[in-house]
Design a protein around this ligand. Structure first.
Ligand code: SDX
Length: 429
């Protein structure tokens, strides 16, 4: 079907093709807009702009749907592991038993980090934020592993190496920042257990695994694994479009994720809830401040560019909070404050009218606190979870025949032509 729209301007009409996706999303193809009409479009923040055709993740913001390669995130959270979900996102299908076993062995074989990288860590100031350390260290991997990323095999090897090392690098930043001995990955432990052991095992007190804690970490990472063209994924795709190596593109994604409006929100939510707790739990003030247009305060963990209903990940995260804290017999006052905030906001016209619902970051920090992760590492945890998604999106962009170097246009509103004025002729200030 020759689906198209017609653009009419000053008596001239232009036909623009319409692209229809497998879920009936429609896009106006403006690939030839400037060539055929001389016009460009303007869309700060890209709220109305599709960057690419993608087969990785589908979101329906009105219905609260999230699927990885067609599989609902609820089913993956219930039945899958983070390793298997990473394989699904990157390879486009679930692995066979043998493929998963080989992937697991590769992840363990490459989970060590070059010993010389330790000196990098030791030279960061102790108070350095773990996200700044992690994005720097991921970029530094190119110096230690300069192999080309030309062939499919070299790319897959680099991808597996990065997935294997990111949790070791994250745990190292935690241990070294506390002056503790670095704990090495163990070949007998699965992905999440290895991370927990590297974080919390000490020479005087071996880490004791609790099945529910390991499962909560797996589900946490599954829920964060991809989210179509969000800010940090766009950074990975844009930086990758210059054909830089994968490590540099991922490091750019980590830097974008760090912001409090994006992945840094999980840390900001806990800081907000802790502040409310310090003010004897008076959460209504936060609600009033969020509604006050004159106040720059935002209710962190609320609102979303795509979801105009409850973030499906937040529903699972909230349930996980209840189950995990009950199992660990933890009574976290911040969870009570979060639930009271949510209930009040959900019954407030301002939040309903602005489609402001809890997003993935609203309850995730409470799960991480229960696991024992320090607050300043919350966004690092998000980054480890999102890494398979960033990699899958980067690979898809590299294989996309339409993908070119990202170079948007602009509408210039500055001074029209003027001329250089010699100093002697300038007004004296
Ligand atoms: C993530 O894109 C993704 O998929 C991201 C993510 C992923 O998995 O990659 O889902 C992860 O980043 C989740 C979002 C985490 N960030 C926060 O929780 C920070 C608080 N939320 C907001 O700052 C905001 O809601 C954003 C950044 C999430 C979305 O911003 P938008 O889409 O640009 O919406 P907006 O800022 O234009 O807000 C629309 C209106 C505004 O009112 P006006 O200024 O137009 O009058 O709603 C208001 C806002 O003031 N609003 C809020 C609010 N969020 C939006 N008011 C109070 N509290 C909030 N949290």
């Amino acid at each position: 079907m020759d689906d198209h729209v017609t653009l009419t301007y000053q008596g001239k009409s232009y036909r623009l093709p319409v692209i229809v996706g497998t879920e009936n999303e429609r896009g106006i193809d403006i690939l030839r807009l400037r060539t055929d009409t001389g016009f460009i479009t303007l869309d700060p923040g890209f709220a109305n702009t599709g960057a690419c055709l993608s087969s990785i993740t589908y979101m329906d913001g009105e219905k609260g749907i999230l699927r990885y390669r067609g599989i609902p995130v609820e089913e993956l959270a219930e039945n899958s592991t983070f390793k298997e979900t990473a394989y699904l996102l990157i390879n486009g299908r679930l692995p066979s038993e043998d493929e998963l076993r080989r992937f697991s062995i590769m992840l363990n074989d490459h989970s060590l980090v070059h010993e010389d990288m330790k000196t990098f860590y030791q030279n960061f100031p102790r108070a350095s934020h773990p996200m700044g350390i992690l994005s720097s260290m991921v970029n530094a991997l190119r110096s230690f592993y300069p192999e080309l990323q030309a062939t499919e095999e070299e790319i897959n090897f680099t991808v597996t190496r990065l997935l294997a090392k990111v949790r070791t690098m994250a745990a190292m930043s935690y241990k070294i920042s506390r002056g503790h001995t670095v704990v090495y990955p163990r070949p007998d432990l699965a992905y999440s257990e290895n991370f927990l052991n590297m974080m919390f095992n000490t020479p005087v007190k071996p880490y004791e695994f609790v099945r529910e804690v390991v499962r909560a970490l797996e589900v946490f990472w599954i829920l964060h694994a991809d989210h179509e063209q969000n800010c940090s994924t766009t950074a990975v795709r844009v930086v990758g479009s210059g054909r830089v190596n994968l490590y540099a593109a991922i490091s750019a994604g980590m830097s974008a994720l760090w912001g409090p409006l994006h992945g840094g929100a999980n840390q900001a939510v806990i800081e907000m809830l802790s502040e409310i707790h310090r003010m004897d739990g008076d959460y209504r003030k936060a609600i009033e401040r969020a509604k006050d247009k004159a106040d720059p305060f935002r209710l962190m963990g609320f609102g979303h560019r795509v979801y105009k209903t409850y973030d499906p990940r937040a529903k699972i995260m909230k349930r996980m909070c209840d189950d995990l804290l009950k199992k660990l017999q933890i009574n976290d006052p911040l969870l009570d404050i979060a639930k009271a905030l949510e209930e009040t906001a959900m019954n407030d016209a301002f939040f309903r009218e602005n489609n402001l619902y809890p997003n993935v970051d609203f309850y995730s920090g409470i799960v991480l606190r229960a696991i024992g992760i320090p607050t300043n590492m919350f966004t690092v945890m998000f980054a480890i979870g999102r890494l398979p998604g960033w990699i899958a999106q980067w690979k898809e962009s590299m294989d996309d025949p339409q993908w070119r170097i990202s170079r948007p246009r602009q509408i210039y509103i500055g001074p029209t032509e003027t001329h250089y004025v010699p100093m002697a002729e300038r007004p004296r200030s």
